[in-house]
Design a protein around this ligand. Structure first.
Ligand code: KG4
Ligand code: ZN
Length: 346
């Protein structure tokens, strides 16, 4: 079984072909990603109209290239998966209309995949992981702790009440005059910095719902930065290191709570899983691995090229749905907002 996956929800245009592999894993036969970072860099963030136009310009070629790399013709794929949301609606529409057209012309099942669900299922693509597992999904727009119990069966244990973790990294980078996207820049600067120079808050520490709050931390950092301005390179490094250390402490504390909440809804997890762009962060990965170790759990995080947005995760989520007969028809809507997990009952 081979599925074509298309991703256009944000600033990456991506197309991939994934097959069912051995041990329950997926086999990535092609994974083409074209980042639009250069197009948005001058604006310090993603401009939706520029993103949509850039998707239109390259998507056809990218799909052709993915088929080429996999050595397949469209007629040979078993399904066409596309991220139908959540995301920037212009981009989502381009991916969805393209996928619908291909599905119609080639008479293939359409799989309208939730982008967040695709991040959530990536650990099965890479590691063939069994359900249920505890997921920390952290990206530019989302921060959630989720009990992943099965395909389409997700319980949200906690979420952010303000900024997403990736968003906080991006805002801090902007504030400090670093490039976009901010996460990798802040991490790079933090490497040479002193994480103890600035005493930044650890919001939500000790609270017993598994929610996050990041905006106070970002504000505290801004106040420190303004206090010592103009900033030397050393100051920026120390600010980044102090910020990242605070985020790590918050994540570890929130996960501790998340693990308890998980037991209530899903019993014992097979693993602790990280997904989404932020899971590329080395400091966060190391802290999660240590925490999983303490809890006697395996830690699974995608390789770096599958942390950020990509087509392989969309193809895989489509494949999982196709196997279960969860196909969509041509009326599937594009959704700017699309929660994928049910909140845990209080
Ligand atoms: O999942 P993703 O590629 O796109 C969505 O938001 O769906 O995540 C992008 C986010 C951005 O906010 C980016 O700054 C953050 O992930 N990110 C990082 C790192 N790499 C990417 N945050 C912290 N450390 C990193 N190394
Ligand atoms: Zn994403």
């Amino acid at each position: 079984m081979n599925v074509l996956g298309i991703e256009t929800t944000c600033d990456e245009t991506a197309a991939a072909i994934v097959a069912a592999g051995e041990d329950g894993r997926g086999l990535i036969r092609a994974n083409e990603v074209l980042s639009q970072i250069a197009e948005h860099a001058a604006y310090g963030g993603v401009v939706p109209e520029i993103a949509a136009r850039a998707h239109v310009e390259v998507l056809d070629r990218l799909i052709a290239r993915a088929l080429d790399t996999a050595g397949m013709r469209l007629a040979e794929v078993d399904g066409i998966a596309v991220a139908a949301g959540p995301g920037l609606i212009g981009g989502v529409l381009i991916g969805l209309v393209t996928a619908k057209t291909l599905a119609l012309v080639a008479r293939k099942p359409l799989l309208a995949v939730n982008h967040l669900e695709a991040h959530a299922l990536t650990a099965r693509l890479t590691d063939g992981l069994a359900f249920p597992y505890l997921l920390l999904l952290a990206s530019g727009g989302h921060t959630q702790l989720v009990a992943v119990k099965g395909v389409g069966d997700y319980v949200r244990l906690g979420t952010t009440i303000d900024d997403a973790i990736g968003e906080a990294f991006d805002k801090v980078a902007k504030l400090l005059g670093l490039g976009y996207p901010g996460g990798p820049e802040v991490e790079r600067m933090a490497e040479g910095g002193d994480p103890e120079r600035f005493a930044l808050p650890r919001p939500m520490l000790g609270r017993h719902e598994a929610n996050f709050s990041l905006s106070g931390l970002k504000t505290a950092l801004r106040i420190e930065a303004e206090r010592i301005a103009p900033l030397a390179e050393r100051d920026v490094a120390d600010l980044c290191a102090s910020f990242q250390a605070a985020v790590v402490d918050v994540v570890v504390d929130r996960l501790r709570v998340g693990l308890r909440a998980f037991a209530e809804v899903a019993g014992h997890p097979t693993a602790l899983v990280a997904a989404g762009g932020v899971s590329a962060n080395g400091a966060i990965r190391r802290a999660l691995a240590a925490q999983a170790g303490e809890a006697g759990l395996a830690f699974v995080a995608p390789p770096l090229n599958l942390c950020g947005d990509n087509g392989a995760m969309i193809a895989w989520a489509g494949l999982e749905r196709l196997r279960l007969g969860l196909v969509d028809d041509l009326t599937a809507p594009a959704r700017a907002r699309w929660p994928f997990a049910e909140p845990k009952a209080a």
